[in-house]
Structure formats: C-alpha cells, structure tokens
Design a protein around this ligand. Structure first.
Ligand code: WAQ
Ligand code: MG
Length: 632
C-alpha cells in the first residue's frame, strides 16, 4: 500500500500556532488529514487563519525503520539538580566541557530548529544561526489509529531523538520544551538512550530549545543534515509507557488552578452560619444579606417548613429511583399538575434543579430541531444544554431582536428554537419578550423563556415576563425554578402536552437522575401555593426594587433596577473583590461576580433584593456601595 507523509503548519496573522507531521499508509490518509486539521484548529495559541497541508507519497523501499531509543526517567529535586544530572550524563558520554554545552542550551534564542555544535572544535555548524536544523520525515510506525491526535510531547520527542541519534557523527542531543507548562526535557544518545529529565525550568517560562552535539571526526555534517531533513524514518517498538504519568496530569491541573489564582478568578466557599434570611451570620460577624435568590424570603417560612417536614414524615427522605422507574410519588404528580394550572399549560415536568432542567430540555429538543438561537447572555445552564445538543447553536447579541432576526434569516433550517433568560441572571434586565414571540411566530420557531429570576418576581401575580408585559400569549416552553423567589428547590418546565411528553421521554437529566426528594417536592408545592395566596409579597418585592433604584440615584449611581437582581458595574476583578470585602466589613454581603459568570474585565457587584428588606436597609446598602465605589 502507498505510504504518505502529511505535514501540517498553521498560523494566525503570520505567527506560527501549530505544526505536526504524520507518515501513514493510504488507508489512513483521509482520517489523518482531518485529525491534523482539527489539531490545527484546536491549538491553544489560537484559531489559525492559514493552514498549510502538504501530502507527499513516499517510496516504501526508501523508508528506514529504527527501533525507539530506550527510555529512562531522572527527576531532580530542583532545577539545578536536574541540570547536574544532565551534566553527569554528558560526562558519561565523554562530551568535553559539559557545563559549556548546558550553557549553550540555556542561552538559545527562540528558534524553529536545533543548533548544532561540533564537539571536536567547539564551533557552531548550522548556518544561518536563526533557524537551526529541523528534523523532519519521521513518525512512529502505525502511529495513527482512529483516535485522538493531540500533541504528546514525549511521543514526538522520542521519535525525533531516535532519528537524530541515528545520524552519523551525532553524539548527543539536549532538549528543553518551549511550552511554558511543560517542564520536562531530555538528553538523548545512541549510546545511552533517551533520558527524561524533570524539572528543567519554572512554570510559565516559555524558553526552551534543542542542541545537537556532533563530532566532525566521526561523520560529515552535510550527510547528517541530509539524513535529518530528508530521510523518511519510521520508529518501531515505541515503549508501552507512551502515556503521561500521573505527575504530568497533576501538573496540567495544578497549572490551571494557579493561573486562576493569579488572575483573581479563584473562588473559595463561604459558610454562612445562619439560616437563609436577610440577616445572616458568618462566624461572629453579622451581615445584611444582599445576595440571595431567596427573593420572597420564604426559605425559612414556617408554613413551608411544616409542610416539608410533614412530607418527610409521611414519604421519607429519598425518592428511591428516577422518575420514570420507581421515583414518582403523589407529591410529584400533584406539583406538576399545580404548575401547569398556574401557567395555564397542558402539562409540566419537575426536575431536581433549574440547571438540570435547562440541560435536559435543550439537549433533548436539540436532538430533533436543526438550530437553537440563544441570547449571548443566557445562563450557563442554557449554554451547557446547547453544547450537548446536536442542533447548531446560533448566538445572537444580547436582547437584540434585530440581530436575532438577521441571524434567523441568514440560516437555512427546517425547525428551530429561540431560547432566552426572562430576567438575565447577571444583568438583571428583562427579555424583550413581545419581539421574541413575534419572531417565533413569523419564522415558525419554538420559543423558550427561562423564568428563573422572574417567576415570583415579575408580573402582578408573579407569573413572570409575559405577565410583566401584559401579554395574553406566552412562550411555548416556560421554564423556571422553585429554588429562587419561591424559597424551595427544583426546576420545572411547562408547555403543551406533546412537548412535555417529548421531554419526559427524552430529557436525560430527567430520565437518568433520581427523582427530587419528597421534601423538595412538598416544599416546592407549598411555595407555589404561597405565591398564589400572597401576591402582596410580590408587590412588596417590586416596591423594594423602586426604593432601591431611588436610593442608588440619591447616592450618586446611575443604575436602573428592573428586577431583584441589581448589578453594580466595577470592571477589574481585583477591584470588585476589594470592594466586596470592604462592604463586608461595613456589614453588607454583596458579592463580586467574576469571569466566567460575566466576561473577563467586566466584574460586577451583584446586589439581590428580597421582599423583607426595609427601606432603611436598602438605603444603608446604597450608601455603603457609594462609600466603597464612588469615593474610591
Ligand atoms: N527539529 C529540530 N528542532 C526542533 C524541532 C524539529 N523538528 N521541533 C522543535 N525544535 C526545537 C525548537 O527550537 C523548539 O523551540 C525546541 O526544539 C523545543 O521544541 O516528556 O516539547 O516542541 O519526555 O517544545 C521534551 C520532553 C519535549 C518530552 C520537547 O519540544 C518528554 C518539546 P518543543
Ligand atoms: Mg513547543
């Protein structure tokens, strides 16, 4: 069968982003090419705007097969110690002036290839000096199965060093990776094999390089270069242990965590030592809570607690199974009936959480419709649902029906869905529902609104965005949660019979998750009943929104309050954290919200209101915000 070498080089605005080569037989050529394109596109240095693919047929009889160098690992306790090991290994090979050679390795400028030094006279052989010698036309024999083809530096370095060591006159190769997160290097030689050395540098250091130590008394440099640059080589007998060590994996994860810390994006959990009410205690410190989604302040409501406790006594703690098998009990059925009555739909489905609801609904619908149009500021649970969907996701500009319509018109599809938050969880602003519903009708798209922050908050009777706008019709799917305003737990979706039946049969977070507990279900039902019986509580929350807006204005802010979520823009992550800490000292719990909840560099303080806050408390919070933000 014919054998081909495929070379890929990718760049972005002229800057090299990734490169790789593979030598495979014809049967694997197409898959290899697509894997290389994927590799080019997924490189962390960025999306390439130029991908160069070169495919050359090889003459099989010209291919040289070389057994992989044997591999040993040597780990130093410090970078200095690792370099001493390298020095010792150079001595074993009889290389003159080992310290000098290591200095050469350390002081290399960034280059695409390797610098070659003649150990007979100490001179550098490759010219011009800025490029180095690039070893190419090499691969593992049978390298590519059908699987993943991410860069594995060890694999690739072993192939390269096996070929290099086979060049006439080559004595040793020294290498340090130029990847800032990869701290490993090696010394390789035909005589002593491939010796992995770690650590060779500090994390974050992008310096690295390769030098070849050549002996001009043992071979001709020109021949070696021709061999390294032109001779096709396949490496046989690659070691079993081609996979990373657990230390390597731990390094990757630790590095990620470190960079989150360095960028002010690391979070720690705060334990609140008192129940979910507006006045909380953290340790000994008493604080006024301005960050709870418990908007109607019912999490500690005594009627709800009694109903929940009664359900636990009657039905027990766990539900025992998923809803479709053994987990459905009368509380579940009653709650779903009550929800569909409340939203005047045929049917409803109850999930363990709002997150589970969105992921389940969107991944299920996205299995059958072609496209999902999603607001760019939608909640993470919607984004995750779209990611799991097979449908394409088209993201439109935040709350921008003009952009949405342009995108709809620019797409070709048979069926689709528009999904939006009702109240945006970070911006606190309200979806332009009338326009969304009109576009849904006009283009035959299903509509879905996530009422997580609007159910129990907006509309005269807490029915959310449609009621807020005084609309008779509503979205096809009304999704919401009982864990916020309602003070209980669990997500839901209401809609027409066929849609809910479809979701019951296809939403995987519903099917493959244990049913919500009887306690959660009873609490949710009790909360829904309270919402119906106590519209004055909702009006009180709405009054607090107006009072808070007025207070903010009085203290010098220009912020409109549209819902119980009030973002105070800050920008810089560290500044937001500092401001939040100072508010905490002043007795207010108003957390800083950072990436990934909001875009990088757009950190906010997110104040959340409850129906229980008094006018005095709202004004005190506005004043404290002004003292830490405006007077800074
Ligand atoms: N030929 C010659 N030199 C090259 C080539 C090549 N094909 N590719 C890279 N270099 C040079 C270039 O100067 C780079 O800056 C330097 O080598 C390092 O390249 O776990 O990842 O691709 O055992 O960063 C070694 C340890 C990993 C692997 C080496 O090299 C292990 C590595 P990198
Ligand atoms: Mg590299």
């Amino acid at each position: 069968m014919a054998i081909f070498t495929v070379k890929m080089r990718a760049s972005q605005q002229g800057r090299h982003t990734s490169g790789a080569e593979k030598t495979v037989d014809e049967s694997r050529l197409t898959k290899t090419v697509s894997a290389l394109i994927r590799r080019a596109k997924e490189h962390e240095l960025g999306q390439p705007d130029f991908i160069n693919l070169k495919i050359e047929q090889q003459n099989p009889s010209q291919i040289v097969f070389l057994p992989a160098l044997p591999v040993t690992d040597r780990r130093g306790n410090s970078i200095e110690e690792t370099f001493r090991i390298m020095e010792e290994e150079l001595e074993k090979l009889g290389v003159p002036q080992p310290k000098r050679q290591i200095e050469r390795l350390k002081s290399l400028p960034p280059m695409r290839g390797a610098a070659v030094f003649d150990i007979a006279c100490g001179e550098r052989l490759d010219v011009p000096f800025d490029r180095g010698i690039r070893v190419t036309y090499m691969d593992e024999e049978n390298a590519f199965s059908d699987g993943l083809m991410r860069k594995n530096p060890f694999r690739e370095a072993l192939v390269l060093s096996t070929k290099t060591a086979a060049a006439e006159g080559m004595v040793a190769e020294l290498c340090i990776s130029d990847d800032p997160n990869y701290l490993t290097g090696y010394i390789a030689s035909a005589q002593n094999g491939y010796i992995r050395l770690s650590p060779m540098k500090q994390k974050g250091d992008s310096r690295g390089g390769r030098i070849f130590l050549f002996d001009s008394r043992k071979g001709r440099f020109e021949d070696a270069v021709r061999f390294l640059q032109e001779q096709p080589v396949l490496v046989t007998g690659m070691p079993e242990r081609l996979f990373p060590t657990q230390d390597d994996c731990a390094d990757v994860i630790r590095t990620n965590l470190e960079s989150q810390k360095a960028n002010g994006l690391h979070r720690r959990i705060t334990v609140i030592d008192s129940p979910q009410k507006k006045k909380i205690r953290i340790g000994k410190k008493k604080l006024l809570l301005f960050s709870s989604n418990n908007y109607l302040d019912w999490a500690m409501n005594s009627t709800m607690r009694l109903k929940t406790a009664a359900a636990v006594l009657k039905w027990g703690c766990g539900s025992g199974g998923s809803r479709l098998t053994t987990g459905t009990q009368p509380p579940h059925a009653r709650l779903e009936a009550a929800l569909s009555r409340f939203f005047e739909t045929d049917d409803a489905l109850f999930f363990s959480t709002g997150y589970a609801a969105n992921v389940g609904i969107l991944s299920a619908l996205g299995k059958t419709v072609d496209v999902i149009f999603s607001d760019e500021s939608n909640h993470a649970s919607i984004i995750d649902g779209c990611r799991l969907a097979k449908a394409d996701t088209v993201v439109y500009r935040h709350n921008d029906p003009v952009d949405l319509e342009r995108k709809i018109r620019g797409c070709s599809f048979r069926s689709g869905l528009i999904v939006s938050d009702g109240v945006f969880s970070m911006g606190g602003d309200i979806v332009r529902l009338p326009e969304i519903l009109t576009l849904g009708k006009k283009y035959g798209l299903l509509t879905m609104i996530d009422e997580a922050h609007s159910f129990g908050v907006l509309g005269k009777t807490g029915r959310g965005t449609a009621e807020h706008f005084g609309l008779k019709e509503n979205a096809d799917l009304i999704m919401g949660t009982l864990s916020k305003a309602a003070g209980a737990e669990g997500g839901f979706v209401c809609g027409s019979a066929f849609l809910i039946d479809f979701l019951r049969n296809n939403a995987r977070s519903f099917i493959f998750s244990t049913a919500p507990t009887p306690a959660d279900t009873a609490a949710a039902a009790a909360a829904l009943k309270r919402i119906q019986r106590h519209p004055e509580r909702i009006r009180r929350l709405q009054r607090n929104m107006k009072l808070f807006e007025q207070a903010l204005t009085d203290f010098g802010f220009d912020i409109s309050v549209n819902s119980a979520v009030v973002p105070i823009p800050v920008g810089d992550e560290e500044t937001a954290l500092r401001a939040s800490n100072r508010l905490r000292q002043l007795g207010f719990w108003i957390p800083a919200i950072r990436y990934p909840s909001v875009p990088r560099g757009k950190a906010i303080l997110r104040a959340a209101l409850t129906a229980s806050h008094t006018e005095k408390e709202l004004r005190a919070a506005a004043k404290a915000l002004a003292s830490v933000l405006i007077r800074e």
